[in-house]
Design a protein around this ligand. Structure first.
Ligand SMILES: C[S@@+](CC[C@H](N)C(=O)[O-])C[C@H]1O[C@@H](n2cnc3c(N)ncnc32)[C@H](O)[C@@H]1O
Length: 257
């Protein structure tokens, strides 16, 4: 009988190690999952990456000019005074825009795993007493309930098992009446001129992204009950926004007035 590898921490099909490596001699990677070290070191773990990528113009260019439209897709789901959990930091002013939308009574927690990004995000938010950067894994965010949980271009960067863990954790942290907002890649239409370019980028640099062309984000949730799901695509289908709204009935025994 073949050995049961269901608990293996090596991502099937890629051989990429999912386990956080414990190389205490390299502060750039301490606590960082294996896939991030193996695939995205150049983009997120090296200090030089900030010089290259941490600019509004660069973020917009990577998204083919769609950054504002996609960020607006998140901002329009927020309400002043809410508690928001952002899963992983984002280059550019994204977190500041969330704070603007939340106003002084809102609260923002950002969970980020890479030391260089934790430090960058703390600098970005240092003058905002209502924002915290929490070192940790988006697949195991801090306990607590939030009105909105945001995942902005995180899922396409993580292996399949991780996608499920992040989606489950996001759904678990949403308060009744709240929502999770996912913005990510999606399958572009057949005629889309960028389709072959994006397929090549994914093949060369982003091995966990292409699956979002064929698999719905909703399907990663292990328990989908209690949520109303909606989806919208942008820019010829290349991007998607998926919102899961928590519609749990009130706790049993608490009769509605
Ligand atoms: C959210 S994605 C956003 C990508 C987008 N292209 C941008 O402009 O930044 C990138 C961030 O996710 C972080 N990240 C990746 N996997 C993570 C995980 N499991 N937990 C927390 N943060 C993670 C990376 O360290 C990086 O800072």
């Amino acid at each position: 009988m073949p050995p049961d590898d269901s608990n293996s921490l090596v991502c099937r099909g890629t051989g990429i190690d999912l386990e956080a490596k414990t190389d205490q001699t390299d502060p750039l990677v301490t606590g960082v999952p294996g896939y991030l070290q193996d695939v995205y070191r150049w983009a997120y773990l090296e200090p030089l990456a900030l010089t290259v990528f941490d600019h509004q113009a660069m973020v917009s260019a990577i998204l083919w000019g769609n950054y504002h439209r996609l960020a607006r897709g998140v901002l329009e789901e927020l309400h002043a005074g809410e508690r928001v959990l952002q899963l992983a930091s984002v280059y550019g002013p994204f977190s500041l825009q969330l704070l603007d939308a939340l106003g002084p009574d809102g609260k923002l927690d950002v969970v980020e795993v890479a030391p260089v990004q934790i430090a960058r995000c703390r600098r970005l938010l240092e003058h905002h007493a209502n924002a915290r950067v929490i070192p940790g894994d988006a697949a195991a965010p801090p306990e607590g309930r939030y009105d909105t949980v945001v995942s902005f271009f995180l899922l396409h960067e993580v292996p399949e098992d991780y996608k499920s863990r992040i989606v489950d954790a996001a759904l678990d942290r949403v308060a009744p009446g709240g929502r999770v907002v996912f913005i990510d890649y999606h399958q572009p239409r057949r005629w889309h001129p960028l389709r072959p370019i994006m397929a090549t980028v994914f093949a060369l640099l982003e091995p966990f992204a292409r699956v979002l062309w064929t698999r719905e984000i909703e399907s990663y949730a292990r328990h989908r009950g209690g949520f109303r799901w909606r989806k919208q695509t942008f820019f010829g289908g290349l991007y998607q926004k998926v919102v899961a709204e928590r519609v749990d009935p009130p706790e049993s025994g608490m009769a509605a007035p």
